[in-house]
Design a protein around this ligand. Structure first.
Ligand SMILES: [Zn+2]
Ligand SMILES: [Zn+2]
Ligand SMILES: [Zn+2]
Length: 173
């Protein structure tokens, strides 16, 4: 496991070329599925593309609506099954506090997916740090606690949104 973060692209949605993010995510997904011997069907690929509409987490209901727009009425289980597939293959993450999904730019690397979520622009950046992981595991272990799920979601203001506020966003939580 190695340290990485996606703050630069996730919180910079106005200035970077997001089409590159989408293209790269789809290419990585295709390669990974081939490697794992699983099928990235047209529907799964389309749902992944829709999750990657932006760096803001998107809910299953919104995905259903977007999908219905280009394919006619789609049954909710169809979307849920596609999301389950994408989650199982590490291509997307679930943001628990939002009950929404966000694309993972590093699905080929094992990581827990800790998130920084901006309450103003709504973007979610990933933060992977083996040191944080190890500390949590160690402390839980010392307490005899068996960890089944690790959700670390930090809510606040991203750099860009802070810069647009005179007080740096520190006054209004
Ligand atoms: Zn992007
Ligand atoms: Zn990830
Ligand atoms: Zn922001």
């Amino acid at each position: 496991m190695k340290a990485f973060d996606t703050a630069e692209t996730s919180f910079d949605s106005h200035t970077h070329d997001h089409r590159r993010c989408v293209r790269s995510a789809l290419q990585t997904a295709e390669a990974l599925c081939q490697q794992h011997g699983v099928r990235l069907t047209a529907l799964r690929r389309r749902v992944l593309e829709l999750v990657w509409t932006s760096h803001c987490p998107v809910g299953a209901y919104d995905l259903l609506e977007m999908l219905s727009k280009d394919q006619g009425r789609v049954a909710p289980p169809t979307v849920y099954r596609a999301l389950e597939f994408l989650l199982a293959n590490g291509l997307i993450h679930r943001i628990e506090s939002r009950n929404a999904f966000v694309g993972c730019p590093h699905p080929q690397e094992a990581h827990a997916g800790h998130f920084l979520i901006c309450r103003v622009c709504g973007a979610a950046a990933e933060l992977s740090d083996p040191g944080i992981e190890a500390t949590l595991d160690q402390r839980a272990g010392e307490l005899g606690f068996f960890v089944e799920a690790k959700t670390v979601e930090l809510r606040g203001l991203c750099k860009g949104c802070r810069a647009r506020r005179p007080d740096g966003g520190e006054q209004s939580a």
